[in-house]
Design a protein around this ligand. Sequence first.
Ligand SMILES: [Zn+2]
Length: 300
Amino acid sequence: MADQLIRGTAAEGGIRAVGAITTRLTEEARQRHQLSYVASAALGRTMVSGLLMASSMKRPGSRVNIRVKGDGPLGGILVDAGLDGTVRGYVENSAIELPPNGQGKLDVGGAVGSGYLYVVRDIGYGYPYSSTVELVSGEIGDDVTNYLVRSEQTPSALIVGVFVDKSGVTAAGGLLLQILPKAARDDALVEKLESRVSALTGFTPLLQAGKTLPEIFQDLLGDMNLSIFPETQMLRFHCGCSFDRVLGALKMLGEDELQDMIVKDDGAEATCDFCGTVYQANKDHLSQLIFDLQAESSAT
Ligand SMILES: [Zn+2]
């Protein structure tokens, strides 16, 4: 099934529901960054969290950046997700592998360790809104839920999952259910939702059982006046980097540094952290940058 996101409401608009399938884009990230099993799970969970969080933003161009900084062997995780359904991201140490945890699952919490979760919401104008919370478990789902409840004060249930084996990522996605302010004092509703979500054993088993997103919504919220929005949004891994941007960054190094690169290395090579694309600037490109810098400085 193609990567996609659907939205809905239930309980007379008191519950907002968003579901996403991200299997292909998680597999693309795995291949681009040569991620280990545990790194695939950690990055995949963070990417779907970002997409689910970005889905409630209003203004075109809005994006969510999630940075997970733990003291575990994985190092940091960085994800950039947009309301437009694009996402990119990477982990610091993509190759580390850990034995399964006590429940026989990939030990994402052990790989991440303890530390902080940073979220920046860029709402498309003015200053971005940013906030930090301590990591709860490093398992990502718990950590993002804690962020939504503590920092954004929205009662939320988030389930994210990635299933990866030697054939790659075969199921990934997540579900975000939030109680909106009009229903926040409805304790019975909050309890009902919590008990249904805690009855789920995870998100990927639902996909593996062949369930579609509307069927998952129906199972969870079907008796609560569920309404699913008609449009299905496509999701994809996408990075906005380009050769021109790389040249712009090289130009900022200045004339002496560029001259040095021409003499010593016969050019320059730059790799985009987010998508792994390698850009090669040859000595002609670098000479042109020096020429541009000289023209600019003589013009002022
Ligand atoms: Zn890139």
